[in-house]
Design a protein around this ligand. Structure first.
Ligand code: IAC
Length: 334
């Protein structure tokens, strides 16, 4: 009897589930490289919720945090080839590939994740870089400005000299200019590198002190507020082209809104993470004196000059890009 009932149930569901509503449901797999509690995954879950709500369930997003579908370095190619429909990537991990948008991680004074995210979005829309020609860009955003998280206190350039610190892309060049020994790797590899003593700290936005529990190891933070890390969320072009127009409209309208949401989330989460680090792990927050900060800043000008030279050689309107980043920053900071 049970078998008959189950067989009947199967026949019944086979007949009923692929009805007109179910047949129209689009399933999309969204890959992300860091662990679920980190901000790229928090913004992914928010985007999923908004898309599912605004399309009245026409679209279902399956999220894959923690590199379970694609990792930090094969995100872009994995989305182009269709291993994932959507992927979130950090452009700083491939500086040459995303040269134009990585100009946002030059030391040009972006003050927050909210402003950074909108400036990056403006820059992408103005220049439509070739590096994204094979995908549909759904949104972009940045971290809050990077600061030094370290096992030993860093109060002067002398303290930093030769210290092994993790960074990537533009932030890594800044660490080198200050005399640290920068060790390049994605954020997703950093917890293990810290644990094993491969590095004695890192240079990134401070929300990871809480989200990745770095406050347990890095008892000192030196405030530099120098540079952001830029991110992109991209979609496989064939999958995008196959979407119904009303779904495309929902996702297009979410682009800038999601950039702003993520920036605001990041900024407030950094504040929360710093408070948590101080009260829960007695982390020391070090502020450089004006005289010391002037020495650090003086070492940074050659970085922008070097980028301008390299970008020009690649045929990019390098000086205009730098001026645009400054102008967009002014506009978006108002
Ligand atoms: C993050 C980052 C990457 C993954 C998860 C959280 C970054 C800041 C950028 C970076 N917070 O790689 O340093």
């Amino acid at each position: 009897f049970m078998c008959t009932a189950m067989a009947l149930a199967l026949v019944f569901s086979a007949l009923c589930i692929p009805g007109p509503v179910a047949a129209k449901t689009v399933q999309l797999n969204y890959a992300n490289f860091p662990p679920a509690p980190t901000f790229p995954c928090v913004q992914m879950e928010r985007w999923k919720k908004e898309v599912e709500k605004r399309t009245n369930g026409q679209v279902r997003i399956n999220t894959f945090p923690g590199g379970t579908l694609l990792g930090a370095k094969n995100m872009m190619d994995g989305v182009i080839s269709g291993q994932a429909d959507i992927g979130c990537l950090c452009m700083a991990y491939q500086p040459g590939r995303f040269m134009l948008t990585n100009a946002t991680s030059l030391p040009l004074g972006i003050p927050s994740a909210k402003v950074g995210s909108l400036v990056l979005w403006d820059l992408y829309n103005k220049y439509q870089p070739k590096s994204f020609a094979k995908v549909k860009v759904l949104t972009m955003f940045t971290t809050a400005p990077a600061n030094i998280m370290s096992e030993k206190p860093v109060k002067t350039l002398v303290d930093l000299r030769g210290m092994d610190l993790r960074a990537s892309g533009g932030a890594a060049q800044i660490l080198s200019a200050w005399g640290a020994n920068q060790v390049g790797m994605p954020m997703s590899a950093t917890p293990e590198a810290l644990q094993k003593g491969v590095v004695q700290g890192l240079f990134s936005s401070l929300e990871v002190m809480k989200d990745l529990k770095f406050a347990e190891i890095c008892k000192h933070v030196t405030m530099t507020d120098t540079v952001i890390y830029p991110f992109a969320v991209v979609m496989n072009m064939d999958r995008w082209n196959a979407l119904p127009d009303d779904v495309k409209k929902v996702m297009t309208e979410l682009g800038e809104e999601q950039a702003m949401w993520t920036g605001e989330y990041m900024d407030s989460h950094v504040t929360e993470s710093v408070e948590w680090s101080k009260t829960t792990h007695q982390v020391e927050i070090i502020t450089l004196s004006d005289a010391e900060k002037a020495k650090w800043n003086a070492l940074l000008q050659p970085i922008t000059d070097k980028w301008v030279g390299e970008a020009k050689a690649k045929g990019l309107p390098a000086a205009a890009i730098v001026e645009d980043i400054k102008a967009f920053t002014q506009k978006r900071a108002q």
